[in-house]
Design a protein around this ligand. Structure first.
Ligand code: ZN
Length: 487
Protein backbone atom coordinates (compact mmCIF):
# COMPACT_ATOMS: atom_id res chain seq x y z
CA UNK A 1 0.00 0.00 0.00
CA UNK A 2 1.47 3.35 -1.11
CA UNK A 3 0.19 6.70 0.13
CA UNK A 4 1.37 10.16 -0.88
CA UNK A 5 1.05 13.28 1.24
CA UNK A 6 1.38 16.30 -1.02
CA UNK A 7 2.26 19.91 -0.20
CA UNK A 8 3.28 18.97 3.31
CA UNK A 9 5.14 21.51 5.44
CA UNK A 10 6.84 19.03 7.73
CA UNK A 11 9.35 18.96 10.56
CA UNK A 12 12.64 17.56 9.30
CA UNK A 13 15.03 15.41 11.33
CA UNK A 14 17.15 18.56 11.76
CA UNK A 15 14.21 20.42 13.31
CA UNK A 16 13.72 22.72 10.36
CA UNK A 17 10.59 23.01 8.21
CA UNK A 18 10.44 21.75 4.65
CA UNK A 19 7.58 21.81 2.17
CA UNK A 20 7.24 18.84 -0.16
CA UNK A 21 5.71 15.39 -0.56
CA UNK A 22 5.96 12.42 1.79
CA UNK A 23 5.63 8.93 0.32
CA UNK A 24 4.46 6.20 2.70
CA UNK A 25 4.86 2.55 1.83
CA UNK A 26 3.66 -0.27 4.07
CA UNK A 27 3.37 2.03 7.06
CA UNK A 28 6.86 3.51 6.76
CA UNK A 29 8.17 6.72 5.28
CA UNK A 30 9.62 5.57 1.94
CA UNK A 31 10.65 8.82 0.25
CA UNK A 32 10.72 12.52 1.00
CA UNK A 33 10.17 15.27 -1.55
CA UNK A 34 9.64 12.81 -4.34
CA UNK A 35 7.27 13.40 -7.24
CA UNK A 36 6.10 9.80 -7.07
CA UNK A 37 2.52 9.63 -8.36
CA UNK A 38 1.49 5.97 -8.72
CA UNK A 39 -0.08 5.49 -5.31
CA UNK A 40 -3.18 3.99 -3.72
CA UNK A 41 -4.16 7.12 -1.83
CA UNK A 42 -3.23 10.83 -1.83
CA UNK A 43 -3.60 13.40 0.94
CA UNK A 44 -3.28 17.11 0.24
CA UNK A 45 -1.70 18.79 3.29
CA UNK A 46 -1.90 22.36 1.96
CA UNK A 47 -2.49 24.79 4.82
CA UNK A 48 -1.31 22.27 7.39
CA UNK A 49 1.92 21.42 9.16
CA UNK A 50 2.92 17.79 9.61
CA UNK A 51 4.88 16.69 12.67
CA UNK A 52 5.94 13.25 13.93
CA UNK A 53 3.48 11.70 16.36
CA UNK A 54 4.24 12.90 19.89
CA UNK A 55 5.81 10.49 22.39
CA UNK A 56 4.40 10.40 25.91
CA UNK A 57 7.10 8.97 28.17
CA UNK A 58 4.95 8.31 31.26
CA UNK A 59 1.30 7.84 32.10
CA UNK A 60 -1.12 5.57 34.01
CA UNK A 61 -4.15 4.27 32.12
CA UNK A 62 -6.00 3.22 35.29
CA UNK A 63 -6.55 6.90 36.09
CA UNK A 64 -8.98 7.25 33.17
CA UNK A 65 -11.75 6.54 35.65
CA UNK A 66 -10.36 8.99 38.22
CA UNK A 67 -10.48 12.20 36.18
CA UNK A 68 -10.67 15.36 38.23
CA UNK A 69 -10.77 13.52 41.54
CA UNK A 70 -7.73 15.15 43.12
CA UNK A 71 -7.18 18.80 43.94
CA UNK A 72 -4.71 20.54 46.23
CA UNK A 73 -3.04 17.60 47.94
CA UNK A 74 0.58 16.42 47.84
CA UNK A 75 1.62 13.02 46.53
CA UNK A 76 1.50 11.18 49.87
CA UNK A 77 -2.19 12.02 50.17
CA UNK A 78 -2.77 11.65 46.42
CA UNK A 79 -1.64 8.04 46.83
CA UNK A 80 -4.45 7.42 49.30
CA UNK A 81 -6.91 8.75 46.70
CA UNK A 82 -5.38 6.55 44.03
CA UNK A 83 -5.63 3.47 46.28
CA UNK A 84 -9.23 4.28 47.19
CA UNK A 85 -10.33 4.96 43.62
CA UNK A 86 -8.41 2.22 41.82
CA UNK A 87 -10.65 -0.68 42.73
CA UNK A 88 -10.42 -4.24 41.50
CA UNK A 89 -11.38 -4.21 37.82
CA UNK A 90 -12.23 -7.05 35.51
CA UNK A 91 -10.50 -7.39 32.11
CA UNK A 92 -13.31 -5.61 30.27
CA UNK A 93 -13.16 -2.67 32.66
CA UNK A 94 -9.40 -2.49 32.14
CA UNK A 95 -9.98 -2.57 28.38
CA UNK A 96 -12.40 0.37 28.53
CA UNK A 97 -10.21 2.38 30.90
CA UNK A 98 -7.14 1.84 28.70
CA UNK A 99 -9.00 2.66 25.51
CA UNK A 100 -10.22 5.95 26.98
CA UNK A 101 -6.59 6.77 27.73
CA UNK A 102 -5.38 5.75 24.27
CA UNK A 103 -8.03 7.76 22.46
CA UNK A 104 -7.51 10.87 24.56
CA UNK A 105 -3.80 10.74 23.86
CA UNK A 106 -4.31 10.21 20.12
CA UNK A 107 -6.57 13.26 19.99
CA UNK A 108 -3.73 15.30 21.47
CA UNK A 109 -1.38 13.99 18.77
CA UNK A 110 0.33 11.29 20.82
CA UNK A 111 1.08 8.15 18.79
CA UNK A 112 3.33 6.35 21.31
CA UNK A 113 2.77 6.20 25.05
CA UNK A 114 4.41 4.62 28.07
CA UNK A 115 1.81 3.18 30.43
CA UNK A 116 3.06 2.54 33.97
CA UNK A 117 0.23 0.09 34.34
CA UNK A 118 -1.48 -0.57 37.66
CA UNK A 119 -3.87 -3.41 38.40
CA UNK A 120 -5.33 -4.37 41.76
CA UNK A 121 -5.08 -6.49 43.77
CA UNK A 122 -2.30 -7.75 41.49
CA UNK A 123 -1.40 -7.85 37.81
CA UNK A 124 -2.62 -10.80 35.75
CA UNK A 125 -1.78 -11.78 32.20
CA UNK A 126 -5.45 -11.47 31.26
CA UNK A 127 -5.58 -7.88 32.57
CA UNK A 128 -2.31 -6.93 30.88
CA UNK A 129 -3.52 -8.40 27.60
CA UNK A 130 -6.78 -6.43 27.88
CA UNK A 131 -4.72 -3.25 28.07
CA UNK A 132 -2.58 -4.36 25.12
CA UNK A 133 -5.68 -5.10 23.05
CA UNK A 134 -7.27 -1.74 23.95
CA UNK A 135 -4.23 0.16 22.72
CA UNK A 136 -3.98 -1.97 19.57
CA UNK A 137 -7.68 -1.53 18.77
CA UNK A 138 -7.58 2.27 18.99
CA UNK A 139 -4.34 2.38 17.01
CA UNK A 140 -1.75 3.80 19.41
CA UNK A 141 1.67 2.30 20.16
CA UNK A 142 2.38 1.55 23.80
CA UNK A 143 4.95 0.27 26.23
CA UNK A 144 3.18 -1.30 29.19
CA UNK A 145 5.15 -1.55 32.43
CA UNK A 146 3.06 -3.31 35.10
CA UNK A 147 3.88 -1.65 38.41
CA UNK A 148 4.97 -3.69 41.36
CA UNK A 149 6.32 -3.31 44.86
CA UNK A 150 6.13 -5.58 47.87
CA UNK A 151 6.39 -3.43 50.99
CA UNK A 152 3.30 -2.05 52.76
CA UNK A 153 2.85 1.51 51.48
CA UNK A 154 2.65 3.00 54.97
CA UNK A 155 6.05 1.49 55.86
CA UNK A 156 7.61 3.70 53.18
CA UNK A 157 6.24 6.97 54.54
CA UNK A 158 8.38 8.75 57.18
CA UNK A 159 5.89 8.37 60.02
CA UNK A 160 7.24 8.38 63.55
CA UNK A 161 6.72 5.30 65.70
CA UNK A 162 3.01 4.78 66.44
CA UNK A 163 2.12 8.04 64.66
CA UNK A 164 -0.29 6.31 62.28
CA UNK A 165 -2.89 4.13 64.05
CA UNK A 166 -2.44 0.46 63.18
CA UNK A 167 -5.92 0.25 61.63
CA UNK A 168 -4.59 2.43 58.79
CA UNK A 169 -1.45 0.43 58.12
CA UNK A 170 -1.41 -1.02 54.61
CA UNK A 171 -0.76 -4.63 53.69
CA UNK A 172 2.18 -6.00 51.70
CA UNK A 173 1.68 -7.05 48.09
CA UNK A 174 -0.34 -10.21 47.54
CA UNK A 175 1.82 -11.13 44.56
CA UNK A 176 4.95 -13.24 44.96
CA UNK A 177 8.17 -12.14 43.30
CA UNK A 178 8.21 -15.29 41.18
CA UNK A 179 4.67 -14.66 39.98
CA UNK A 180 5.57 -11.17 38.77
CA UNK A 181 8.66 -12.20 36.84
CA UNK A 182 6.92 -15.22 35.27
CA UNK A 183 4.14 -12.90 34.16
CA UNK A 184 6.62 -10.46 32.66
CA UNK A 185 8.48 -13.23 30.86
CA UNK A 186 5.24 -14.52 29.30
CA UNK A 187 4.10 -11.06 28.20
CA UNK A 188 7.49 -10.05 26.82
CA UNK A 189 7.84 -13.31 24.87
CA UNK A 190 4.39 -12.95 23.36
CA UNK A 191 4.38 -9.23 22.45
CA UNK A 192 7.79 -7.58 22.32
CA UNK A 193 8.93 -6.81 18.80
CA UNK A 194 5.83 -8.46 17.32
CA UNK A 195 3.11 -5.86 17.79
CA UNK A 196 2.33 -2.21 18.59
CA UNK A 197 2.77 -3.10 22.27
CA UNK A 198 5.90 -3.97 24.26
CA UNK A 199 6.05 -4.98 27.90
CA UNK A 200 8.69 -3.52 30.21
CA UNK A 201 9.54 -4.16 33.87
CA UNK A 202 7.74 -1.53 35.96
CA UNK A 203 8.98 -0.88 39.48
CA UNK A 204 6.50 1.36 41.33
CA UNK A 205 9.27 3.03 43.34
CA UNK A 206 12.46 1.28 44.56
CA UNK A 207 11.83 2.56 48.10
CA UNK A 208 8.58 0.60 48.09
CA UNK A 209 10.42 -2.65 47.36
CA UNK A 210 12.33 -5.02 49.65
CA UNK A 211 16.03 -5.51 49.00
CA UNK A 212 15.24 -9.06 47.90
CA UNK A 213 12.82 -7.82 45.25
CA UNK A 214 15.30 -5.27 43.92
CA UNK A 215 18.02 -7.96 43.73
CA UNK A 216 15.63 -10.12 41.71
CA UNK A 217 14.76 -7.15 39.49
CA UNK A 218 18.46 -6.63 38.79
CA UNK A 219 18.87 -10.35 37.95
CA UNK A 220 15.84 -10.34 35.62
CA UNK A 221 16.84 -7.13 33.83
CA UNK A 222 20.38 -8.44 33.29
CA UNK A 223 19.26 -11.90 32.17
CA UNK A 224 16.78 -10.53 29.62
CA UNK A 225 18.72 -7.36 28.71
CA UNK A 226 15.43 -5.48 29.04
CA UNK A 227 14.37 -2.03 30.13
CA UNK A 228 12.90 -1.02 33.46
CA UNK A 229 10.86 2.03 34.39
CA UNK A 230 10.22 3.54 37.80
CA UNK A 231 9.10 6.62 39.69
CA UNK A 232 12.10 8.08 41.50
CA UNK A 233 12.54 10.74 44.17
CA UNK A 234 9.37 12.57 43.29
CA UNK A 235 8.92 14.19 46.71
CA UNK A 236 10.95 15.46 49.61
CA UNK A 237 9.34 12.90 51.91
CA UNK A 238 10.58 10.14 49.61
CA UNK A 239 14.12 11.52 49.69
CA UNK A 240 13.96 11.64 53.51
CA UNK A 241 12.47 8.15 53.85
CA UNK A 242 15.03 6.72 51.44
CA UNK A 243 17.92 8.28 53.29
CA UNK A 244 16.52 7.01 56.60
CA UNK A 245 16.39 3.49 55.16
CA UNK A 246 19.57 3.23 53.14
CA UNK A 247 21.82 5.79 54.84
CA UNK A 248 22.62 7.14 51.38
CA UNK A 249 20.84 8.38 48.30
CA UNK A 250 18.28 6.05 46.73
CA UNK A 251 20.07 6.20 43.37
CA UNK A 252 23.39 5.32 45.02
CA UNK A 253 21.67 2.18 46.30
CA UNK A 254 20.31 1.39 42.81
CA UNK A 255 23.78 1.91 41.34
CA UNK A 256 25.15 -0.77 43.66
CA UNK A 257 22.59 -3.18 42.18
CA UNK A 258 23.98 -2.50 38.69
CA UNK A 259 20.65 -1.13 37.53
CA UNK A 260 21.73 2.18 35.99
CA UNK A 261 21.91 1.98 32.20
CA UNK A 262 20.50 3.30 28.90
CA UNK A 263 17.36 1.14 29.19
CA UNK A 264 16.46 2.54 32.60
CA UNK A 265 13.94 5.37 32.85
CA UNK A 266 13.52 7.47 35.99
CA UNK A 267 10.27 9.39 36.25
CA UNK A 268 10.07 12.76 38.07
CA UNK A 269 13.68 12.82 39.34
CA UNK A 270 13.15 15.94 41.46
CA UNK A 271 14.81 15.49 44.89
CA UNK A 272 18.18 14.23 43.66
CA UNK A 273 21.59 15.04 45.08
CA UNK A 274 24.65 16.04 43.07
CA UNK A 275 26.14 12.56 43.63
CA UNK A 276 22.98 10.95 42.24
CA UNK A 277 22.90 13.33 39.28
CA UNK A 278 26.44 12.37 38.34
CA UNK A 279 25.65 8.63 38.52
CA UNK A 280 22.62 9.08 36.26
CA UNK A 281 24.46 11.27 33.76
CA UNK A 282 27.45 8.96 33.62
CA UNK A 283 25.29 5.88 33.02
CA UNK A 284 23.07 7.66 30.45
CA UNK A 285 19.89 6.82 32.34
CA UNK A 286 16.76 8.33 30.81
CA UNK A 287 14.86 10.89 32.84
CA UNK A 288 11.16 11.63 32.37
CA UNK A 289 9.94 15.11 33.26
CA UNK A 290 6.23 15.42 34.16
CA UNK A 291 5.86 19.16 34.75
CA UNK A 292 2.12 19.48 35.20
CA UNK A 293 1.87 16.56 37.62
CA UNK A 294 4.70 18.02 39.72
CA UNK A 295 2.93 21.39 39.75
CA UNK A 296 -0.47 19.87 40.52
CA UNK A 297 0.83 17.81 43.43
CA UNK A 298 3.28 20.47 44.64
CA UNK A 299 6.12 17.97 44.44
CA UNK A 300 8.73 20.54 43.46
CA UNK A 301 10.46 21.54 40.25
CA UNK A 302 13.02 19.16 38.75
CA UNK A 303 16.25 20.98 37.78
CA UNK A 304 15.62 20.22 34.09
CA UNK A 305 17.51 23.19 32.67
CA UNK A 306 20.67 22.03 34.47
CA UNK A 307 20.07 18.39 33.58
CA UNK A 308 19.83 19.22 29.88
CA UNK A 309 22.88 21.49 30.06
CA UNK A 310 24.82 18.65 31.71
CA UNK A 311 23.99 16.31 28.81
CA UNK A 312 21.21 14.21 30.36
CA UNK A 313 18.51 12.63 28.22
CA UNK A 314 15.25 14.10 29.50
CA UNK A 315 11.93 13.03 27.94
CA UNK A 316 8.46 14.45 28.70
CA UNK A 317 5.40 12.72 30.16
CA UNK A 318 1.85 13.57 31.09
CA UNK A 319 1.69 11.33 34.17
CA UNK A 320 -1.79 10.08 35.09
CA UNK A 321 -4.85 11.96 33.93
CA UNK A 322 -5.91 12.53 37.54
CA UNK A 323 -2.85 14.65 38.31
CA UNK A 324 -3.35 17.12 35.49
CA UNK A 325 -4.47 16.08 32.02
CA UNK A 326 -3.27 14.11 29.01
CA UNK A 327 -2.45 17.06 26.78
CA UNK A 328 1.22 16.39 25.99
CA UNK A 329 1.49 19.61 23.97
CA UNK A 330 0.80 21.47 27.20
CA UNK A 331 3.63 19.59 28.95
CA UNK A 332 6.03 20.45 26.10
CA UNK A 333 5.11 24.11 26.50
CA UNK A 334 5.52 23.91 30.28
CA UNK A 335 8.95 22.32 29.83
CA UNK A 336 10.00 25.25 27.65
CA UNK A 337 8.57 27.87 30.03
CA UNK A 338 8.77 26.61 33.60
CA UNK A 339 12.52 26.49 34.02
CA UNK A 340 12.96 30.12 32.98
CA UNK A 341 12.12 30.82 36.63
CA UNK A 342 15.07 28.75 37.83
CA UNK A 343 17.85 31.08 36.78
CA UNK A 344 18.29 34.55 35.27
CA UNK A 345 20.84 33.54 32.62
CA UNK A 346 18.55 33.19 29.62
CA UNK A 347 21.33 31.55 27.60
CA UNK A 348 20.43 28.40 29.57
CA UNK A 349 16.66 28.66 29.20
CA UNK A 350 15.10 25.82 27.21
CA UNK A 351 13.84 26.83 23.79
CA UNK A 352 10.74 25.64 21.93
CA UNK A 353 12.97 23.53 19.70
CA UNK A 354 14.79 21.94 22.65
CA UNK A 355 11.57 20.95 24.40
CA UNK A 356 10.24 19.42 21.19
CA UNK A 357 13.52 17.52 20.75
CA UNK A 358 13.20 16.23 24.31
CA UNK A 359 9.75 14.87 23.51
CA UNK A 360 10.84 13.13 20.32
CA UNK A 361 14.49 12.12 20.69
CA UNK A 362 14.47 11.22 24.36
CA UNK A 363 10.89 9.92 24.24
CA UNK A 364 11.99 7.40 21.60
CA UNK A 365 14.85 6.33 23.92
CA UNK A 366 12.42 5.76 26.77
CA UNK A 367 10.19 3.74 24.43
CA UNK A 368 13.35 1.86 23.33
CA UNK A 369 12.41 2.31 19.67
CA UNK A 370 14.63 3.65 16.91
CA UNK A 371 11.86 4.01 14.32
CA UNK A 372 9.68 6.75 15.86
CA UNK A 373 9.87 10.49 16.46
CA UNK A 374 11.21 11.61 13.08
CA UNK A 375 9.91 12.28 9.60
CA UNK A 376 12.72 10.46 7.88
CA UNK A 377 13.04 7.63 5.38
CA UNK A 378 12.73 4.28 7.14
CA UNK A 379 10.86 5.66 10.13
CA UNK A 380 7.28 4.68 10.98
CA UNK A 381 4.69 6.95 9.36
CA UNK A 382 3.35 8.19 12.69
CA UNK A 383 2.21 11.65 11.69
CA UNK A 384 0.09 14.47 13.06
CA UNK A 385 -1.49 17.03 10.74
CA UNK A 386 -2.26 20.45 12.20
CA UNK A 387 -4.42 22.99 10.37
CA UNK A 388 -2.84 26.44 10.32
CA UNK A 389 -5.28 28.27 8.04
CA UNK A 390 -7.36 29.54 10.91
CA UNK A 391 -7.67 32.50 13.25
CA UNK A 392 -5.62 30.84 15.99
CA UNK A 393 -2.57 30.33 13.79
CA UNK A 394 -2.67 33.17 11.28
CA UNK A 395 -0.50 34.92 10.42
CA UNK A 396 2.17 32.22 10.67
CA UNK A 397 5.33 34.06 11.72
CA UNK A 398 7.35 31.17 13.13
CA UNK A 399 6.06 27.60 13.01
CA UNK A 400 8.23 26.18 15.80
CA UNK A 401 7.36 28.72 18.47
CA UNK A 402 3.70 28.89 17.50
CA UNK A 403 3.51 25.11 17.66
CA UNK A 404 5.07 24.91 21.13
CA UNK A 405 3.64 28.02 22.79
CA UNK A 406 0.21 28.32 21.14
CA UNK A 407 -1.07 25.02 19.79
CA UNK A 408 -3.37 23.29 22.29
CA UNK A 409 -4.27 20.31 20.13
CA UNK A 410 -7.54 21.80 18.94
CA UNK A 411 -6.21 22.27 15.40
CA UNK A 412 -5.16 18.64 14.91
CA UNK A 413 -7.09 17.40 11.90
CA UNK A 414 -5.53 14.00 11.29
CA UNK A 415 -3.44 11.48 13.23
CA UNK A 416 -1.71 8.60 11.45
CA UNK A 417 -0.02 5.59 13.00
CA UNK A 418 2.03 3.37 10.71
CA UNK A 419 0.48 5.22 7.76
CA UNK A 420 -3.08 4.48 8.82
CA UNK A 421 -5.38 7.38 9.74
CA UNK A 422 -6.70 6.58 13.21
CA UNK A 423 -8.17 9.98 14.11
CA UNK A 424 -9.67 12.42 11.63
CA UNK A 425 -11.29 15.76 12.51
CA UNK A 426 -11.24 14.80 16.17
CA UNK A 427 -12.97 11.44 15.74
CA UNK A 428 -11.58 7.94 15.94
CA UNK A 429 -11.90 6.00 12.70
CA UNK A 430 -11.38 2.70 14.52
CA UNK A 431 -13.58 2.92 17.62
CA UNK A 432 -17.30 3.56 18.12
CA UNK A 433 -16.82 6.47 20.50
CA UNK A 434 -20.47 6.75 21.56
CA UNK A 435 -20.56 3.09 22.56
CA UNK A 436 -17.28 3.53 24.46
CA UNK A 437 -18.63 6.57 26.33
CA UNK A 438 -21.83 4.72 27.25
CA UNK A 439 -19.91 1.75 28.61
CA UNK A 440 -17.40 3.97 30.43
CA UNK A 441 -20.21 5.78 32.25
CA UNK A 442 -21.80 2.48 33.28
CA UNK A 443 -18.48 1.14 34.60
CA UNK A 444 -17.62 4.39 36.34
CA UNK A 445 -20.99 4.42 38.13
CA UNK A 446 -20.52 0.81 39.19
CA UNK A 447 -16.95 1.37 40.43
CA UNK A 448 -17.86 4.59 42.27
CA UNK A 449 -20.54 2.75 44.19
CA UNK A 450 -17.91 0.34 45.48
CA UNK A 451 -15.41 3.00 46.61
CA UNK A 452 -17.57 5.07 48.98
CA UNK A 453 -16.32 3.30 52.08
CA UNK A 454 -12.69 3.60 50.98
CA UNK A 455 -13.06 7.36 50.56
CA UNK A 456 -14.57 7.75 54.05
CA UNK A 457 -11.64 5.79 55.46
CA UNK A 458 -9.26 7.98 53.47
CA UNK A 459 -10.58 11.17 55.06
CA UNK A 460 -10.04 9.68 58.51
CA UNK A 461 -6.33 9.38 57.67
CA UNK A 462 -5.86 12.98 56.54
CA UNK A 463 -4.79 14.45 59.92
CA UNK A 464 -1.99 11.87 60.38
CA UNK A 465 -0.61 12.44 56.88
CA UNK A 466 -0.84 16.20 57.25
CA UNK A 467 1.11 16.14 60.52
CA UNK A 468 3.80 13.90 59.01
CA UNK A 469 3.98 15.95 55.82
CA UNK A 470 4.31 19.36 57.49
CA UNK A 471 6.99 18.07 59.87
CA UNK A 472 9.12 16.35 57.21
CA UNK A 473 8.81 19.05 54.59
CA UNK A 474 10.47 21.56 56.92
CA UNK A 475 13.59 19.44 57.40
CA UNK A 476 16.80 20.73 55.90
CA UNK A 477 18.17 18.07 53.54
CA UNK A 478 20.62 20.32 51.77
CA UNK A 479 18.50 21.03 48.69
CA UNK A 480 15.36 22.89 47.81
CA UNK A 481 13.05 22.20 44.86
CA UNK A 482 10.19 24.53 45.81
CA UNK A 483 10.08 28.04 44.40
CA UNK A 484 10.61 29.53 47.88
CA UNK A 485 12.54 28.02 50.79
CA UNK A 486 10.20 26.22 53.22
CA UNK A 487 9.60 28.32 56.35
ZN1 ZN B 1 3.40 8.27 37.54
Amino acid sequence: MKKLITNATYLTKDYTWQTGNILIEDGKIAQLDSDYVVVDETFDASGQIVIPGLINAHSHSYTSFLKGTIDNVPLDIYMLHAFAGNTVRNPREIYVSTQLEGLQLLKFGVTSTFDHFMMRPKATLEGMESAALAYTDCGIKANIAPQYSDLPFTDTIPFEKNELPSEFHSLPSSMSHEEYFELMKSAMDKYNGKSKVNFVVGVDGPQRCSDELMYKTADFVKEHDCGWHTHILETKTQAIASYNRYGKGLIEYIDELGLLNKKTSFVHYIWVTDIEKELVRKNQVNIVHCPSSSLHLGSGVAPVDQLVKDGNKVAIGTDGGNSGNLNLLEKIRLTADLHNLAQPDYDHWLSAKQSLQMCYDNGARVMMRDDIGKIEVGYAADLVFIDTMNILWQPVCDIMTQLVYMETGQNIVRVMVDGETVVKDGKSLLIDEQALIKEAIEISNKLSATTKEAFVRLEQQYPYYRKMYLREIKKDIGMNRFIRPVE
